[in-house]
Write a protein that binds this ligand. Structure first.
Ligand code: UT7
Length: 332
């Protein structure tokens, strides 16, 4: 078995900042409600014409530069998104081609807010097993396009952006363990009712707003906290670690209250819990890689730090990864 490490990270967020005050102007809501219920102050929206692949491309370019690698040196591109450029083909194929890596395998994974966790697990496993030497894992979302801007229960939550991590074979193995899960018993807890093979987007669907995200927020809240705590404990236990060993927790940025409750459930002190939900809102599959890239840029991580990636989202789906940060040299 080979070792794997994160060789480079990058992120991209669109310029347009949408503040709680902006939302107050169009919705029956308030800065006070949004801040106390979610911890969010602002989010970013990509303009018309900027799609998932554009943001993914920008984030991937930074990650490649940081890793000091050319796109042609990447063996596989994995892109996590629920807002692809088109229903098909996979947006990852478009990103790889635009990076100049035509011919390399590229595919999307669609597992909502857990997408980056699943992608990181998959990419790391490809490398450990020797299938690939280098894999780019990207999370990119244009959630503003699938959100009903007149629905105050969802419009305040979601934002756009992308994050990327370049993984490569290494002497030391950073990928300690993972725990992934899903429960599709009630997909309608968080979904887009129309536009799939069950129901087309027709005039009726559009009139009902069924081409946009529908969410049972309160029900998901409880489930999110429980699953994140449980998955984290299992992932850590697998390698005889405890939450007390965690240097930094990097949770999916759904809501500051969910993050705080999960951290409390794990007894991880707030100074070890990373968050940027205040500035970017919930960017689904992009939230963890954006947080990761920002933290790397800040120089937060040191050799041997134990990172706990943990996410939860539509499906329902969830996952946690115990990751030992390492910047040790490449394996030839
Ligand atoms: O990305 C992963 C998946 N997503 C999540 O994990 C999201 C999970 N859920 C949440 O984050 C929270 O449930 C929300 C932020 C969505 C909602 O917060 P909440 O504390 O669960 O509020 P609630 O849905 O229980 O609503 C409380 C009240 C309701 O009014 P009544 O029925 O008590 O009169 C809502 O109509 O707040 C009302 N409300 C709002 N008021 C002002 C809902 N949205 C808003 C709003 N502004 N934007």
């Amino acid at each position: 078995m080979h070792g794997v490490r994160i060789a480079g990270t990058g992120h991209y967020v669109p310029e347009l900042v949408v503040t709680n005050q902006d939302l107050e102007r169009t919705l029956d809501t308030s800065d006070e409600w949004i801040t106390t219920r979610t911890g969010m102050k602002e989010r970013r929206y990509a303009p018309a014409g900027i799609a998932c692949s554009d943001m993914a491309l920008a984030a991937a370019r930074v990650a490649l530069e940081h890793a000091e690698l050319e796109a042609s040196e990447i063996d596989c591109f994995i892109l996590a998104t629920v807002t692809p450029d088109y229903p098909f083909p996979a947006t990852a194929c478009i990103v790889a081609a635009r990076l100049g890596a035509v011919g390399k395998p590229a595919f999307d994974i669609e597992i909502a807010c857990s997408g980056f966790i699943y992608g990181l697990c998959l990419g790391a496993s490809f490398i450990r097993s020797g299938v690939f030497r280098r894999v780019a894992v990207i999370g990119s979302e244009k959630l503003s396009y699938i959100t009903d801007q007149a629905d105050r229960s969802t419009a305040i939550l979601f934002g756009d952006g992308a994050g990327a991590a370049v993984l490569e074979r290494a002497e030391v193995d950073s990928f300690l363990s993972c725990e992934l899960g899903a429960d599709g018993t009630n997909p309608e807890m968080l979904y887009i009712p129309a536009g799939g093979s069950r129901r087309p987007i027709d005039a009726q669907a559009i009139a009902a707003g069924d081409h946009n995200v529908h969410m049972l927020g309160r029900e998901i809240f409880k489930s999110a906290v429980n699953r994140m705590v449980e998955a984290s404990k299992i992932a850590l236990e697998r390698v005889s670690l405890t939450p007390g060993d965690v240097t930094f927790m990097l949770p999916h940025q759904a809501n500051q209250r969910i993050i705080d409750a999960a951290a409390r459930g794990l007894d991880i002190p707030s100074e070890r819990v990373l968050s940027n939900v205040e500035r970017f809102g919930n960017t689904s599959a992009a939230s963890i890689p954006i947080l990761l890239a920002e933290s790397v840029e800040r120089g937060l991580f040191h050799e041997g730090d134990l990172l706990l990636f943990v996410g939860f989202g539509g499906g329902l789906s969830w996952g946690a990864i115990a990751w030992r940060w390492s910047e040790l040299g490449r394996r030839p």
